[in-house]
Design a binder for this molecule. Sequence first.
Ligand code: PLP
Length: 376
Amino acid sequence: MTNFARRKWLKHSSLAALGLGFSLRSIAGEDYMPYNFEPQTGLVILGANENPYGISEKAKEAIKEIMPYANRYSGNVPLIQTFKKELADFYHVTPEQTIIMPGSGEGLRLLARQYSNGNLVTATPTFGILPTTARKLGMEVIEVPLTAGKVHDLEAMQKAVTAKTSLVYICNPANPTATVLKPDALKNFCIEASGKAMVLIDEAYIDFPDAPYNESMLGLIEDHPNIIVMGTFSKIHGMAGLRIGYVFAHADTIKKLQAGYFDNPQYSVSNLAQYAAMASLKDAAHRTMTREKNAAARQYTYDALVQMKFHCIPSYTNFMFFNLGNYKGDFAADMLQRNILVRSNDYPDGKWARVSFGNMDDMKQFIAVMKTMFPA
Ligand SMILES: Cc1ncc(COP(=O)(O)O)c(C=O)c1O
């Protein structure tokens, strides 16, 4: 970072402290994307749970192939008309059970609007877009603390769901803590809670854990119109910058969403993103490569931090949550000074950080910097 960029960033981060701008201290917040400082070469970006291995080669080829049609609206491009059907087939659902949109974050904002006529039951901490939007809409947000192991407390959440609840949000695997629920326990929760309210399962990271924890709740949507499952191309497919995500639900629920705030959001997804996504679905090898490299980076990072005596929550995703003990400073800001972008925050039980798994070189740099900040 140049001195100028650093000064500028520090100015922004102190504005953020006043609630006027972006803060690295928001681990999984509404402001998860834009960074209010100048991108710089050499910054090790471990702050947004991105895929460090890039998009599939097949997706790159697809983008080249679709580029001549970039002047056309997607409805006029024959090559992408089958996308919704192909996505639905991939997940063994129907196009009538599917909505495609420019990123699942967009879906979270729309879902908050769609189900704003009651309270939102969610965990704390959790991914911030939905609760933040709900608050902006004037909804009551009932936050149920995670267990000591940083897992969703399904029993307490179930108790919090009442006749006043319009929406229940569960991020599984969880952001920012990287924990996962037992599929059977989550299924039972979804079935029971959906008797009272709409239940949304955000599966942005479902491709990272091994079986049985990679089981989607998708199997429930056919029989339970009050269950919505959401996913994204941003993580395992590495397409965060292309902006494409989706929701699946019972066809009746999809119809209601389309009559409401989900009025053809697929039209807002670029031709490039749609065609790249179609190609990426066909590239299982790219997903396997990402999973395997991520697992190796995760093991390396976990082992190194545990050896340094950090309390780390075992990760089922492409990021990890660890406790900063009695660290006194602003950890994320201090790391940024050292060219590493991570997130940290103060919680009722102390200071925690979230680090995304970059490639092995990124993680070696991260650990080397950690060793200078926390000498043995
Ligand atoms: C849990 C969760 N849901 C949704 C998103 C949004 O993803 P996108 O808008 O890129 O699809 C993220 C991004 O980090 C996330 O962590």
